[in-house]
Write a protein that binds this ligand. Structure first.
Ligand SMILES: Cc1cc2nc3c(=O)[nH]c(=O)nc-3n(C[C@H](O)[C@H](O)[C@H](O)COP(=O)(O)O)c2cc1C
Length: 405
């Protein structure tokens, strides 16, 4: 069993007067489901959008709205509640955060319960602003957001899309999953340490067609590659993800290129590689493909009893990896370390991630993985079973070590 990094964490959720305030209910549910302890603080405006009763019921804690407890029926009786609550927390998240609250925090105001908590914090703070497109893109708002980032707060940028006003543009609160991913990042102790880096990730299986109906594929779900792409984005990288057929979903800001065959994967990687700093090849690319694919469905009466195969081209071989970092994956069933180390050398990689199918709850169908990371220097890190998102972070941290060494 892998342990959830969020379990037992003490988290303050700040909610402000945004149309997306209802989404705070889903954030609380997810945090509580993952066994975090959640205390909610709302601005008075937020209570116009969602009731403290709802958030108190979901968080299983009293909700703080007023700075002065005597003026709040359900408030805490402690006189310095703001200091005690701030010191209690492992993390504070403000989601959604209005343009108004962004401005107040950027300028050090402490004129309501939520903004009073912020300067008292000793723990990290995640701010997830959301507003209509013009309010969000407004120059002063953008300056304030930058100020929050420069101060060291983790800002989760709003997403593009349809807004409550009917306008389209940047301003949407990210999906709950992405907010929780940012929580996981920060409670693990990571930060935006990949800012300015361009990362290319490959994921999923490839399908090699036999005829219009059938193909040779493999059991890769793409999950590991998608988690690497998401983890890299949440750590500040610009990410391109080239994926074979997969049902996984990634963040809208990740450039997703869908391919089908090993040949298409090769073409796509070659096109993207030049503008890449780091290549992570987690896709399970077919080693063999049918020499030719029939353009008509092969019928039973055709008595097909063999398919002639040829090797697919090696994607890594043709790439000039000078001044770049390249990481690969090896899935082995026997002589794991020896085979993975051999692949690392043969493909001239900086590191290789070894997946072993011998481990329970590890591999294709699982959300967890047990990996071993081998550097070209020979340094080998054997990790315990963990979520694929956590494993992705470990891989990225080792890649950072390659860059910095
Ligand atoms: C229907 C409605 C929706 C609003 N949605 C947002 C929003 O998404 N983002 C935002 O920054 N302000 C929004 N506002 C404006 C804020 O509620 C207003 O600036 C308020 O003073 C914010 O207070 P607070 O920051 O203390 O929560 C909205 C106002 C209304 C009437």
């Amino acid at each position: 069993m892998s342990t959830d990094i969020i379990a037992g964490k003490k988290i303050i959720l700040g909610v402000t007067g945004c149309i997306a305030a209802y989404k705070s209910a889903f954030i609380i549910r997810e945090l509580v489901k993952r066994k975090a302890e959640v205390k909610v603080v709302m601005t008075p405006s937020a209570t116009e959008f969602i009731t403290p009763l709802t958030l108190s019921t979901l968080s299983q804690n009293e909700v703080i709205v007023n700075t002065f407890p005597s003026s709040q029926k359900n408030g805490t009786s402690l006189s310095t509640w703001h200091i005690e609550t701030a010191l209690w927390a492992d993390l504070m998240v403000i989601a959604p955060c209005t343009v108004n609250t962004v401005a107040k925090i950027a300028h050090g105001f402490a004129d309501n319960a939520l903004t009073t908590l912020v300067p008292a914090l000793r723990c990290p703070l995640i701010i997830s602003p959301a507003a209509d497109v013009d309010m969000y893109n407004n120059k002063i708002t953008q300056q304030n957001i930058k100020k929050l980032e420069d101060t060291g707060y983790y800002v989760l940028q709003a997403e593009e899309g349809e807004l409550a006003s009917g306008l389209r543009g940047k301003g949407r609160l990210p999906e709950v999953d992405k907010i929780i991913d940012a929580v996981e990042l920060i409670v693990t102790g990571f930060k935006k340490d990949l800012s300015g880096k361009k990362i290319l990730v490959t994921a999923g299986p490839t399908y090699e067609d036999i005829d219009p109906v059938r193909f040779i594929g493999n059991r890769s779900s793409g999950k590991m590659g998608f988690e690497i792409a998401k983890a890299a984005y949440i750590r500040g990288a610009e990410v391109t993800l080239i994926s074979g057929p997969s049902n996984e979903v990634c963040y809208p800001e990740i450039k997703l290129l869908k391919i089908r065959s090993a040949e298409e994967m090769k073409k796509s990687v070659e096109q993207e590689f030049e503008q890449t700093d780091i290549l992570i090849m987690s896709a399970a690319v077919a080693d063999y493909k049918p020499v030719s694919a029939s353009d008509k469905k092969i019928k039973k009466e055709d008595k097909l009893n063999s398919i002639k195969l040829e090797e697919t081209a090696d994607i890594l071989a043709s790439l000039d990896k000078k001044n770049k970092i390249a990481a690969g994956f090896a899935l082995e069933t026997d002589d794991e370390l020896k085979n993975a180390s051999h692949k690392l050398k043969k493909k001239n990689l900086d590191l290789i991630v070894l997946n072993s199918l011998k481990d329970k709850e590890s591999g294709f169908e699982f959300d967890t993985n047990k990996i071993t990371i081998i550097h070209k220097t020979g340094k080998t890190i054997e990790l315990p079973l963990m979520s694929k998102f956590q494993a992705a972070h470990k891989i990225l941290s080792e890649i950072l070590e390659c860059i910095n060494s």
